[in-house]
Each structure stands twice: as structure tokens, then as C-alpha cells.
Write a protein that binds this ligand. Structure first.
Ligand code: BDP
Length: 342
């Protein structure tokens, strides 16, 4: 439906770009390399998570921890720290790098800093929906990114669903591309999100996730963008009453183990953790779809006004300069071509 115009417009951008291109925390209890009989000593893995209890990610991580315990006969204990109690996402990534954390469930924003070629998959109006995204993330493309992330310090053991992101605002009902002019819109801080907001004629305002509700309260931002479950669970719906369902970014998230912690695990424990990670991703995706419906029902009950774009062409053409940049970049072009072709 609305999706095909998006894709065909992107195809036109691609063709133009290609033409112009032709013209132009350490694991405790173990030391050293994975011992074949590491079994006896218990291993503790500290896992960071931004979301509160009850959120699909948190529910899946808690079940992952239990599953790991069962599969390893209690040798590996995963301690889940939810609700960003250990700090926000950028802090968690640096803790993971420093060995103060062993695992995390991250959005792609910090991971693209480590593997810039992954930026391609965070471009707006690219994946049509979760099915389209997982067709690639569960296939050769996902495997390629897993390899690159592993070399950068993150062993991916499951791709989670980051949902479809849309805009929501206080005081202003955005219903079309011109309505974005001059609005201060909260972003996570990555280049693509900042550029997307600027190309819409609005002002990107960097705010950590946990501070977005406060920024609405203090009048520091007019809008934010996120998926429906986060809109509800983070309390943003208490301030932003106008929800403009653009679904502009459909993105995966990743459950990762730091490469340093991974190397200290026995081969058997690695296999058990991988299997549990994969099972938790399947579980998370099932929980997600239910949660989106529940979040919508909560929003409707709270009087949130929903609008949808009438057509996507105007949004896609505004994104043209940014899309062209990634089409011209040899490190992202192949991924874009593969996604558009399938
Ligand atoms: C949530 C994602 C999380 C992001 C957050 C944000 O699950 O990874 O950090 O949005 O917008 O939906 O910062």
C-alpha cells in the first residue's frame, strides 16, 4: 500500500546516485583462553538494559537469564540490570568496552558508531516493516553485520525488534511534511537521525532517553520520535498528545556479549548462550507484536490523537540528499541495493 511508493521513490534516488557516481565487566572466576573443562567455576555476566520491567525486551532478557542457567546447569549466571540503572546507552557501551559490563541489549545507534557500514540500515523509509527487516537480519546481511560487530567488540547472539518509529508532539498536530518547520525534535544523537530532522525543516535536540519525559515537562522539546511501546512505557504519552504515525524508521536491536567476556567462556557455554539468545529473540518478537496493540489501546484510552501521512513521496524526497550520500558510499551501497531488491 503506502509502502510501494516509498520503495519506488527510493529506487529513483538510487538510480540517480549511482549514475552520478559513475560520472563522479570481566567475567569472574575464569582466566585466559576458554578452558575445555571450565565447568566447575561459576561465571557471572552483567547485562545492561534500558527498558523497565514488563517491557518485551525486559521480559525476554529475564527469560534468557533463566534459560542460560538451565542450559549451563547453573554454571553461567546472567544478572539483568534493567531500567538503565547502570546509566544510559552511551555509558553502557563504554562500560562494556572497559570490561565493567559483559552484555547489553542495544539499539543500533551506538552500534553504528562501532560499525559505520550499519548506518545504511537505520536510514528512514528503508525497511517496509519487521518482516522485511528480519528477512535480511536473519539472513546473509545479518551474518555479515554480526562478523563486523564481533571484530568491533560485540558478539551478537540475537536480533531483537526495535519496532517502527513515529513522531509525537506537544501542542502541535503534525499532519504533513510542512508542519515540521521549526519544531524542536528530540534525537538520540546519531548523524542519520539529526540529518533526518534537519531535512524535515525542524531542529534536532539531543536528549538521553531517560530525560525525554523531563524535557517535555520543561518545554525543552516539542516532539520526539519512537515506537508505540516506548511512547507508553517511558511516559511520553502523558505530555505529547499528537501522534503522527510515519513509521519512518524500522530497526532491529541487538543482544550482545562483549568479545572479551565471550573469549573467556568455554565452547559449551558459548553454544548454550547462543542458543538461549536466539530463543529469546524469537520470544521477544512475539511479545512485541502484542505490546504494540496494547500500547495503541492505552494511547487511544488516554485521548492521543493519531494521524498518518496521506502519502510518503514528499517525505522520501526530502530525505534525498541523505540517501544519496549512502548510495555513493561503497561501504553502504551493497546493503541498500540488497534491501531494495528484496
Ligand atoms: C527505544 C530503544 C532504545 C533507544 C530508545 C531511544 O529500544 O534502544 O535508546 O528508544 O530513543 O525504543 O533512545
Amino acid at each position: 500500500m503506502q509502502l510501494f511508493p516509498r520503495i519506488s521513490s527510493l529506487g529513483a534516488i538510487a538510480a540517480a546516485a549511482v549514475c552520478s557516481l559513475i560520472a563522479v565487566a570481566p567475567v569472574s572466576g575464569q582466566q585466559g583462553a576458554a578452558p575445555p573443562v571450565a565447568a566447575a567455576s561459576a561465571v557471572n555476566l552483567r547485562l545492561w538494559n534500558i527498558h523497565p520491567e514488563g517491557y518485551p525486551v525486559t521480559v525476554a532478557l529475564n527469560s534468557f537469564a533463566e534459560d542460560v542457567r538451565a542450559r549451563t546447569g547453573g554454571r553461567v549466571n546472567v544478572q539483568v540490570f534493567s531500567n538503565a540503572v547502570l546509566g544510559d546507552q552511551p555509558k553502557a557501551v563504554s562500560m562494556l568496552k572497559a570490561g565493567e559490563l559483559d552484555m547489553g541489549e542495544f539499539g543500533l545507534a551506538p552500534l553504528t558508531e562501532a560499525v559505520p557500514s550499519m548506518k545504511a540500515i537505520t536510514l528512514p523509509f528503508l525497511f517496509q516493516d519487521a518482516e522485511h527487516m528480519f528477512r535480511h537480519m536473519d539472513g546473509a546481511m545479518g551474518d555479515k553485520f554480526k562478523e563486523r560487530l564481533s571484530a568491533a567488540g560485540f558478539v551478537v547472539i540475537g536480533w531483537y525488534d526495535g519496532g517502527a518509529r513515529s513522531f509525537y508532539c506537544v501542542g502541535k498536530r503534525v499532519q504533513g511534511p510542512r508542519d515540521f518547520a521549526g519544531l524542536r525534535i528530540r534525537v538520540q544523537g546519531t548523524e542519520i537521525f539529526k540529518e533526518m530532522i534537519t531535512l524535515l525543516g525542524a531542529t534536532p535536540t539531543m536528549v538521553p532517553y531517560k530525560d525525554v519525559k523531563g524535557a517535555f515537562e520543561d518545554g525543552k522539546i516539542d516532539c520526539a520520535e519512537n515506537n508505540l511501546p516506548s511512547f507508553i512505557s517511558a511516559g511520553h504519552y502523558k505530555h505529547a498528545k499528537y501522534f503522527f504515525q510515519t513509521n519512518h524508521v524500522v530497526t532491529p536491536e541487538a543482544l550482545v556479549v562483549s568479545t572479551a567476556a565471550w573469549k573467556k567462556l568455554s565452547t559449551a557455554d558459548q553454544a548454550a548462550i547462543r542458543a538461549a539468545g536466539q530463543a529469546s529473540a524469537v520470544y521477544m518478537r512475539q511479545l512485541w507484536n502484542k505490546q504494540v496493540d496494547e500500547a495503541r489501546a492505552t494511547a487511544v484510552k488516554a485521548g492521543i490523537v493519531f494521524d498518518r501521512p496521506i502519502e510518503y513521496g514528499a517525505y522520501v524526497s526530502r530525505m534525498k540528499p541523505m540517501h544519496q550520500k549512502y548510495w555513493r558510499d561503497a561501504s553502504t551501497r551493497d546493503e541498500l541495493l540488497t534491501i531494495l531488491a528484496n
